[in-house]
Design a protein around this ligand. Sequence first.
Ligand SMILES: C[S@@+](CC[C@H](N)C(=O)[O-])C[C@H]1O[C@@H](n2cnc3c(N)ncnc32)[C@H](O)[C@@H]1O
Length: 354
Amino acid sequence: MNKIFSILKEKKSIPLDQFINISLYDKDLGYYIKKNPFGKNGDFITSPLISNLFGEMIAVWCVSYWEHLGKPKNISLIELGPGDGSLCVDLLKTFKQFKAFYKCLKINLLEVSNRLKKIQKNKINNKKVTWIKKINDINSGPIIFIANEFFDALAIKQIYKKKGIFFEKHVCLANNDKKIKFLLKKANVKLIKRIKSLNLISHGKTIEYPVEAIKFLSAISKKINKFNGGLLTFDYGSNVKRNQDTLQSIKKHNYSDIFSTPGQSDLTSHVNFVFFKDTLEKNNLNVQKITTQSKFLKKVGILERANILSKNVTFKEKANIFYRLKRLLDYEEMGGLFKVLFAQKKSKKFTLGF
Ligand SMILES: C[S@@+](CC[C@H](N)C(=O)[O-])C[C@H]1O[C@@H](n2cnc3c(N)ncnc32)[C@H](O)[C@@H]1O
């Protein structure tokens, strides 16, 4: 029997965040632990896999930020959830062009999946790159935290508001233990207090509470406050305050039923960028603006770079460069749906890309 069915049979019901954590990260069943979900033959594709220019622009941004900091002798880059390692490979390729920066650089990767770690190690193969187990392992800076589609892969709780009463979404078995379904349980006082104090409630019935992301934002903020630096994050999400059910399951590049194949499909939710900004500011950081992926990449110079690259190449190669760029930049696609946020130390004001 699938482990998740036996857990549900034993426990009767579990909160949604526990279900997500088991489905994605359980050592025997977890989607990210067992599978390599990336690319054409996987379940989904991310920006670094669409075009190398994505990583190139982030690399240029990092070098500019380092210059803005006064070219410190040591600079740490921490990539959160590096997937198949593609972004790190592209970053390193561009960093090597900036020799003074490259000399000062060390890179740490934070990855929960041993299977993905192995793929990253094979692909990256560079002495500057080492893996850390937790944010607390970092003890020097300044630090640039980079996250692409990291926060949307972390477990959330959902609280449903009906006639003024709050219910927490749980997951349980149905149909003679053959199926999984949602179960609404009255939310406990502590949870209601917590979502109220976090200022998570606005219009709409489903309140999403990013339990895991909050822990990361707190640990990251502490390190930035201590060592200087910032967090640059890209994610599918909204920059308008709203309460909406955004949980979805993706399999073979299509939406799938959340419960039909636990452990076999990706589960993600949109990042609430307004809440992230609020939280980071409460943690004493400065977030000047939330922008779109399209605006960010254009401001860093992606179109100019694409034009340079497409000189002296065949028509087919040029078409390929711009086809990929369109996927990254189109407003109806990743360009508009993905938002970008940069949180830095309160006294600092680096604005490239925003
Ligand atoms: C949606 S993937 C994004 C991968 C990559 N950043 C990209 O853009 O292609 C999420 C990544 O975060 C990792 N991850 C999820 N939770 C994590 C955690 N708590 N600690 C470290 N890595 C985690 C996953 O294993 C995976 O590598």
